[in-house]
Design a protein around this ligand. Structure first.
Ligand code: FAD
Ligand code: NAD
Ligand code: SF4
Ligand code: FES
Length: 807
């Protein structure tokens, strides 16, 4: 029976944790989620954009109702958990519902802090936290004219911009002498204030609200200095408070937030906290980047997968108000231990300040030009020693005050962060574009998550696409779908399978809105393949989604009969096997017995009903002459018998075939092993070929001897059989992960570029990881002929063989 996982809170951090869990373990838990809000998970960050009129509520839904249904998640929306009984391991909701758990995640987020001043409960006083608040403000803006926003931080200024867009007059009331005092120094803050005043905001600084005026509804504010302003809508944006009461009442250790260790575990066994409600190493975060990192660690923990501990995050912030280009991270003030570099170009409205402590960047404030933010932020987070650099080289990678754009992407290091929200680097994006043939910003998002939160990084992603694809990049590019049932291409489908943790063909078609419920013969096998590739650990193959020959485990011939081709590893056989083949051929009156091009013997013209019995009589494994998998490994006799042979070609060939037989690949794969450059096994026209040389093996890839003849390219030269096996594993897995279904290695290699594939396979770490995923995949295969022999259901369903039960 599956373990029960209950999550309290249906917000950004919690649901991302579940998405990450599905990636590790698609089917490990029976999941129940309680969400106080009556909505599926939505992008809270984008509420600012909704208020500003650039998006609708529908646009910001991240996981729709279908998503929960398709993942078997029981969602109780509009229902709050009111009690956790840690002894009974049970939660109770405000509707009296009781649900047991084995593991419990608390992801209750935060609430707006409402100033405890007289009148704060009047009509027209709102926080800015959820869809309900947003809808209230939009509604009120149609009826009322004057708004006051209390709080000149990120949230207050974004709210104020939204209210201006809605046609209201806006006063921003701020406690301190300058705006966004946690993120900006005085100079930058003053520049921001000027810009926002130009946009129409009015600021009241150093004002402490003492009372909210009005009878039932707000009419104005009174400040501690006795002055007053009019307002018929008041938005409180003075910070947030983690929702911890429930945890506290249940006896879980709470400080400012729910205290967790580096694995997001609370002090109570089996109870975890993630997101804004959690306090890690005395920090409670209020931005998504750290919360998503926490989610990943917690997901691995729940899946029982060893993961690095969560060690905290340095955050960078930006403001989502057009016309205000700013970036801030780390320390912004100066003290005795710091020195700073400041550049203020008043003419162009650009300001840059870099705070340096112990020869390392400790803080960044940029206003008016934030192009260098990624590079500087990387230097800050990596704690790079900058003692060898000049102030000019620190600040002026792109010209200190508004550099050119063309060189920007080229100058970025691979490990430079592009999407702060989702922690995605330039290197990851470039790799995704190359390997998955991505051409649009949305495809990059689908594949890597970059751009899926606040969306600020989208223009940089577009620059990276342009830099990587050159002339091929067309911002309006749209690829055709994999078949007529969908407009989605392979990359998008794979990205969705990964992101949404999908595990079966029907689910993919449902969730991704296939135009035909049943799909077609083109998309069903492709989806089945992609699912098996992504869920390498425990995918349950869908036989009925396969192409007919694979479904039957025999090649259908033009007269409706079938062929039977048993395995003959490395083209090597024995007298006993030959005898068996001859006997079977006679017994079943096989019309044609023929040597195939792949060094084995085929029996042609076999009736469907005879297949299982013939397989049983043969007692040999299937040669998969019909499959999108490893077909044959052709070998020469090599050093054992040939006087030119320098290597054991048969030995390597047999080992290759035994290891990789049955592996699902995008298309068929053929191999050749020759023991010297005379190349009798035609290794130069195989998907992967080996040629024995003095002291080792040359490895060739991407060859094809069929309609589109292509000579293989030299990939590498290795010394030992073990190295050859390891490179073959990594190569096959890389091909499996990056090729489209039915794409042979030859066109795949042309598309990917030999140098790129070489680069990937030269990386020891990548090779290791590819082999790990491959080995896990190989564990799931059974011998299909044996399965059919033993399973009467299969015999009846596919071969119309009636099973007789003896009483
Ligand atoms: C307008 C706005 C703009 C923002 N912009 C940015 C930005 O640009 N960049 C950025 O990084 N971050 C931004 N943030 C912050 C970001 O949205 C949050 O950090 C993030 O949503 C927190 O995720 P969470 O899952 O911890 O909490 P939430 O997303 O708040 O989810 C918690 C959920 O739990 C529910 N809940 C609480 N108690 C219970 C209970 N007892 N039972 C059931 N359900 C319960 C709540 O109703 C809520 O739906 C912004 C926030 C707002 C409001
Ligand atoms: N672009 C973004 O990254 C973004 C946008 C919106 C919200 N957020 C997040 O949402 C959360 C809430 O944002 P926030 O701006 O409310 O929180 P905040 O704590 O960052 O800022 C609150 C501001 O209100 C001011 N303030 C406090 N008491 C006041 C009072 N009595 N009168 C007037 N001003 C007062 C503070 O000086 C401070 O500048 C934060 O975690 C923030 O990071 C982020
Ligand atoms: S490839 Fe070389 S070793 Fe192999 S059979 Fe031909 S000549 Fe002999
Ligand atoms: S930086 Fe927010 S989505 Fe990329």
């Amino acid at each position: 029976m599956k373990k029960k996982l209950v999550m309290i809170g249906n917000g950004m951090a919690g649901v991302r944790t579940i998405e990450e869990l599905f990636k590790f373990q698609p089917d490990g838990y029976e999941i129940t989620i309680f969400g106080n809000e009556p909505h599926p998970n939505y992008n809270r960050i984008m509420l600012s954009t909704v208020l500003q009129g650039d998006k609708s509520i529908e646009d910001i839904i991240m996981n729709d109702w279908e998503w929960y249904k398709n993942h078997g998640i029981q969602l109780y929306s509009g229902e709050a958990v009111t009690e956790i009984d840690k002894e009974k391991r049970q939660v109770t909701s405000d509707q009296g519902r009781k649900v047991d758990y084995d593991e419990l995640i608390i992801a209750t987020g935060s609430s707006s802090f409402i100033l405890p001043v007289p009148g704060s409960d009047k009509k027209g006083v709102v926080g800015f936290r959820d869809i309900h608040d947003c809808e209230m403000m939009i509604k009120d803006s149609k009826q009322y004219k004057k708004a006051a926003v209390i709080g000149g931080g990120l949230l207050g200024l974004e709210a104020a911009r939204g209210l201006l867009n809605l046609g209201m007059e806006v006063d921003v009331v701020h406690l301190m002498s300058h705006l966004m005092e946690r993120q900006l120094d005085e100079t930058a803050s003053e520049m921001l204030k000027k810009e926002l005043e130009n946009q129409g905001m009015n600021f009241l600084l150093e004002k402490q609200t003492a009372e909210i005026l009005g009878d039932e509804r707000v009419t104005g504010l009174r400040f501690s200095d006795g002055s007053e302003i009019q307002a018929d809508l008041v938005v409180m944006a003075v910070g947030i408070r983690p929702n911890v009461q429930l945890a506290k009442d249940s006896g879980i250790f709470v400080n400012r937030g729910i205290v967790v260790n580096d694995y997001m575990e609370t002090d109570v066994q089996n109870i975890y906290a993630v997101g804004e409600c959690a306090e890690h190493r005395e920090i409670v975060y209020g931005l998504v980047a750290p919360l998503y990192e926490q989610g990943k660690v917690l997901a691995a923990n729940l899946a029982g997968i060893p993961a690095n501990p969560y060690e905290g995050t340095i955050c960078g912030t930006q403001l989502k108000v057009s016309g205000c280009d700013l970036f801030s991270a780390g320390e912004i003030g100066d003290d005795e231990g710091t020195k700073s570099i400041k550049v203020h170009n008043e003419f162009d409205g650009i300001y840059k300040k870099i705070v340096i402590r112990d020869n390392r960047i400790a803080g960044i404030v940029l206003y008016g030009d934030t192009k260098d933010s990624n590079r500087l932020f990387r230097m800050l987070t990596k704690r790079e020693d900058i003692s060898g650099m000049t102030s000019v080289s620190i600040l002026e990678a792109n010209g200190c005050c508004g550099g050119g754009e063309a060189g920007d992407v080229a100058a970025m290091a691979d490990d430079e962060l592009v999407c702060g929200c989702n922690g995605v680097t330039k290197g990851t994006i470039v790799e995704a574009i190359r390997t998955n043939e991505l051409t649009t910003v949305d495809e990059v998002g689908g594949c890597t998550n970059a751009g899926r939160s606040c969306g600020r990084c989208k223009s940089l992603i577009s620059d990276i696409l342009s830099y990587t694809l050159g002339d091929q990049y067309d911002t309006s590019a749209k690829k055709a779908g994999i078949c007529g049932c969908t407009t989605l291409n392979k990359e998008e489908i794979v990205a969705e399978i990964r992101a949404k943790g999908m595990t079966n063909v029907r689910e993919v078609m449902n969730v991704l809105g296939w135009s035909q419920d049943e799909g077609c013969s083109k998309c069903r096998p492709a989806i089945n393949y992609y699912l098996g590739m992504v869920n390498y650990g425990g995918y349950k193959d869908e036989r009925d989604s396969r192409l007919v020959n694979e479904k039957m485990h025999a090649n259908i011939q033009k007269d409706g009969t079938y062929s039977v081709v048993p395995r003959m590893y490395g083209g090597v056989t024995t007298a006993a096997d030959l005898k068996k083949i001859a006997e079977v051929a006679e017994k079943y009156d096989v019309p044609l017995v023929k040597l195939t091009g792949g060094q084995r013997i085929g029996l042609f013209g076999v009736n469907k009903e005879d297949l299982p019995a013939m397989w049983e009589d043969l007692g040999m494994p299937s040669g998969y002459a019909y499959g999108k998998t490893l077909r044959t490994v052709k070998t020469c006799v090599g050093e054992k018998f040939c006087r030119f042979g320098t290597q054991d070609s048969m030995g390597l060939g047999i080992e290759l075939e035994k290891k990789f037989e049955r592996l699902d690949t995008p298309h068929k794969v053929k191999m050749g092993v020759s023991a010297c450059p005379r190349n009798c096994a035609e290794s130069g026209i195989k998907d992967i070929g080996f040629v024995g040389v003095d002291g080792g093996w040359e490895i060739y890839i991407g060859g094809n001897g069929g309609t589109d003849l292509r000579a293989a390219d030299l990939l590498d030269t290795v010394k030992t059989k073990e190295e050859a096996m390891e490179i073959t594993g990594a190569y096959l897995q890389y091909y499996r992960e990056t090729a489209a279904y039915l794409e042979r290695t030859a066109p795949w290699l042309e598309r990917m570029g030999l140098e790129h594939v070489k680069e990937v396979l030269a990386d020891e770490n990548k090779r290791k990881q590819l082999n790990e995923r491959l080995d896990k995949t190989l564990e799931r295969y059974n011998e299909p002929w044996q399965e059919a022999i033993q399973d009467n259901g299969i015999k009846e369903k596919y071969y119309q063989v009636r099973s007789v039960t003896v009483e």
